[in-house]
Design a protein around this ligand. Structure first.
Ligand code: NAD
Ligand code: MG
Ligand code: MG
Ligand code: MG
Ligand code: MG
Length: 345
């Protein structure tokens, strides 16, 4: 192992917010990321206009926060830097209707996730810089960290550099939302999207919930009580993940009992075995060859039939009902609710 990182990491000293002093930034969307970017940019001295549909319920929130609000089309027309922070699934339509007709040469078109550019759902015109600034955190933390003079790590990528200043401009934006306080890693649209989709499918969202449900079902089917199974296979996961977050796998192994460590080291690879690794490689291939994204685009066009059905089945799983009952009975639930985090990965 070496101390060298394989990619560039940028900090506050590498960026200058005044690079954007002649720009107006249109922030499209006022959800998780949109509200955080708009408020942080404005407080960093950048000229901001929020673009929202006439009937958007976020309009009053953005206005109450003291921001200028107009339609997405008008916001793009008024601005020189467009930050696309509406949901990924609606971005192609917003692009077609509101963004593209109002983009001008020399403008910057920016995303916080590379999906639509990388999989050609949006084809930007020539003459426009295309960049990505993607905080590695939900929006409310991007906002909270900024208010506390802390930073949020982020990714930066340049897909198209027509002005010759795309990098510098995106870095200025990253600084204005607080990302260079913590560190910004340079990546590509391809790397960001493929690793993000793989991570959420194989490990973070899909892999973990499947592992938890299989563990829970194995115990309950063998006659153990659902409450015990819930604590053992789901609730305690947070304590384990907190240790891994703080100090990697070794911090976790060092903190659990020797018995847990020996049992985990000898049995873990039997549970998540070579066949799981092969499944992961297949899932990665579907991400890389675009099969997953094609499926997701078609699923949306069809009104999300599979998504709705799978979501309903997940909701009806016994572990949900057991968890709801237990969270009502125990004090730790209040702490979890107060935290209110909705991580998006
Ligand atoms: P969100 O769902 O929280 O908010 C989207 C907002 O877009 C809504 O609040 C609304 O104001 C607006 N909107 C919704 N539908 C619209 C429509 N049909 N037309 C116009 N406006 C509409 O979205 P988000 O989670 O902030 O995601 C925005 C972007 O940021 C995505 O590209 C996402 O991948 C990326 N991202 C999100 C996170 C995260 O933690 N949430 C992290 C990194 C990157
Ligand atoms: Mg314009
Ligand atoms: Mg235990
Ligand atoms: Mg992610
Ligand atoms: Mg994701």
């Amino acid at each position: 192992m070496t101390d060298e990182f394989t990619t560039e990491i940028y900090y506050d000293d590498d960026a200058d917010v005044s690079t954007l002093e002649d720009d107006t930034v249109a922030v499209l969307g006022y959800g998780s990321q949109g509200h955080a970017h708009a408020l942080n940019l404005a407080e960093s001295g950048v000229d901001v206009v929020v673009g929202l549909r006439e009937d958007s319920s976020s309009r009053s929130a953005a206005e109450a926060d003291g921001l200028a609000v107009t339609t997405p089309a008008e916001a793009v027309a008024q601005s020189t830097y467009v930050s696309v922070l509406v949901p990924d699934t609606v971005q192609p339509a917003v692009y077609e209707n509101a963004i593209e007709p109002n983009l001008e040469a020399g403008d910057t078109l920016q995303f916080a996730h590379g999906l639509n550019i990388h999989y050609n759902q949006i084809t930007p015109p020539e003459g426009v810089d295309v960049t990505m600034v993607a905080p590695k955190s939900p929006g409310h933390l991007v906002r909270r960290n900024y208010e506390n003079d802390e930073g949020t790590p982020g990714l930066l990528a340049v897909y198209q550099d027509e002005t010759g200043d795309a990098d510098e401009r995106a870095l200025a934006y990253a600084k204005a939302i607080g990302c260079t306080r913590a560190g910004v890693i340079e990546t590509t649209f391809q790397e960001e999207v493929e690793s993000d989709l793989f991570g959420e499918q194989a490990v973070l969202c899909g892999g973990v919930t499947a592992l938890v449900k299989h563990g829970y079902e194995t115990l309950v089917d063998a006659g153990y009580s659902p409450e015990i199974a819930y604590f053992e296979c789901l609730n305690e996961l947070k304590l384990i993940v907190d240790l891994m977050y703080e100090g990697g796998n070794m911090e976790m192994w060092n903190s659990v009992s020797d018995t847990a460590e020996y049992g985990g080291l000898t049995r873990g690879e039997r549970i998540v075995d070579d066949s799981v690794r092969e499944n992961m490689e297949e899932v990665l291939e579907e991400v890389q060859n675009g099969e997953f994204t094609r499926e997701w685009v078609l699923e949306n066009q069809a009104g999300r039939p599979s998504y709705t059905q799978l979501r309903q089945a997940e909701k009806e799983h016994e572990i949900e009902e057991v968890g709801e009952r237990l969270r009502d009975l125990f004090a730790w639930a209040e702490e979890a609710d107060a935290d209110g985090t909705e991580p998006e990965v």
